[in-house]
Design a protein around this ligand. Structure first.
Ligand code: ADP
Ligand code: MG
Length: 404
């Protein structure tokens, strides 16, 4: 079966359409530091508004604990959406309460409201099916139809992603369609050599995907927080760097499997080690097997790949025909640890083929480092979702829209 798209919903003029967006943008002190996900949501919203639909936008932001938490309000994001759409965007300070109900009732044709963070409600991510479904029923009251466009969450079986799509007539939005087109190109006969670059800090999440990716790629480059689990698995000490002790055996298994399959896993040969986590830390560049031999001893923290590694990675990437990159190579938010990520991003812009950046922080990183979106084949709004797709997993948020 194929994905149900917007036209399957028929005319939406005058209808109340709930749109699940992924407006999970990085926010610092109430200021949006990268609005990529908000911009990616615009085409679907514009299409619906132009048809005269009454648009109700729902999204999560961050990881609040199932209860209201001012730190994670969507209010600044609603304001930014207003700027991007060039029209007023109403905001309700609750998700399914009185204010949301009133705001939805007040909508005219071609008008739009953003409801407060879905995850202020325990039902959104509840493991209890009944609680989750109950929350979706409450949301469904607001709409005649549902458009799922939050690509970053389609791998989650959550109320606003899965259950809501079951309850209301539902279809995928334009962002999900675009993302799937690119992912198809990465999975159906990708041009070779095919290189996947992994980094970032969600180490255990990402280690899990390696086993599935190995048979599909030619080369795997490992940077970011997960590289230390690999170094440790090879018998090297890693000081106070990020480490998943309980994954050491798994990682050893991957190294053996790669050899068996003839896939190259490239690990860093040098690392940037810091005296502490901060932009004003003392820094030493050292061989990857000598992390504890710096002046900082066992308290040293590996916060970026070293310059030799960055150059080597860049060479491999630029010579590939297909590249998927998820996860920054280092703590790019701090200038002394941004060079590895910058080198990888630069090389990706030079790929003669398809170069894809996936992941919220990775996308934010390339923009923060001065690259523009059109320098890359595609910047995906979903890291985890893209990875699970590439692994060949079934994604509940897509299956419920007819995709298989
Ligand atoms: P994405 O959102 O692109 O999928 P993640 O969320 O997994 O990526 O990770 C992003 C974070 O990883 C960044 O905030 C970055 O600072 C952090 N990071 C990268 N390398 C390291 C490292 N060596 N130690 C600690 N954190 C790291
Ligand atoms: Mg992230």
């Amino acid at each position: 079966m194929t994905l149900r798209t917007l036209d399957s919903l028929g005319s939406l003029a005058g209808k109340r359409v709930i749109v699940r967006c992924d407006l999970n943008v990085p926010v610092k002190d109430g200021v949006i530091t990268d609005d990529g996900r908000a911009r990616a949501s615009v085409p679907t919203l514009n299409t619906l508004l132009e048809q005269g639909a009454r648009v109700i936008v729902i999204s999560h932001l961050g990881r609040p604990d199932g209860a209201p938490d001012a730190k994670y309000t969507l209010e600044p994001v609603a304001a930014r959406l207003g700027e991007l759409l060039g029209k007023p965007v109403a905001f309700a300070h609750d998700t399914v309460g009185d204010e949301a109900t009133a705001a939805v009732e007040a909508l005219g044709d071609g008008e739009i409201v953003v409801l407060e963070n879905l995850r202020f409600n325990a039902g959104e991510t509840s493991k209890d099916e009944a609680e989750r479904h109950g929350f979706a029923e409450q949301l469904a009251e607001f709409g005649d139809a549902f458009v799922s466009d939050g690509f970053g969450v389609v791998h989650r079986k959550q109320a606003s992603v899965y259950d809501l799509a079951e309850i209301l007539p539902s279809a995928a939005g334009l962002l999900i369609e675009t993302e799937l087109d690119v992912l198809d190109r990465l999975t159906e006969n990708p041009e070779r050599p095919y290189t996947v670059v992994l980094g970032g800090s969600k180490v255990s999440d990402k280690l899990g995907v390696i086993g599935h990716l190995l048979p599909r790629v030619n080369t795997l480059l490992i940077g970011g927080g997960m590289l230390f689990t690999f170094l440790k698995a090879q018998g090297h000490e890693v000081g106070s760097s990020l480490l998943e002790e309980d994954q050491l055996d798994t990682v050893r298994g991957y190294l053996a499997k790669a050899e068996e399959l003839g896939v190259t896993i490239v690990l860093p040969t040098d690392v940037v080690v810091a005296s502490k986590f901060g932009a004003d830390a003392e820094v030493e560049i050292t061989a990857a097997d000598s992390i504890e031999k710096t002046a900082f001893g066992a308290s040293g923290l590996g916060l970026d790949i070293g310059p030799d590694t960055a150059a080597h990675f860049a060479e491999i990437i630029a010579a590939s025909k297909t590249v998927f990159w998820n996860g920054p190579m280092g703590v790019f938010e701090l200038a002394p640890f941004a060079a590895g990520t910058k080198a990888v991003a630069q090389a990706l812009t030079e790929v003669d083929g398809l170069g894809v950046v996936g992941g919220g922080d990775s996308a934010a990183a390339v923009r923060a480092l001065g690259f523009s979106d059109n320098q890359f084949g595609h910047i995906s709004t979903g890291g985890g979702a893209s990875l699970e797709f590439l692994e060949g997993k079934r994604l509940p948020g897509l299956e419920v829209l007819g995709w298989s």
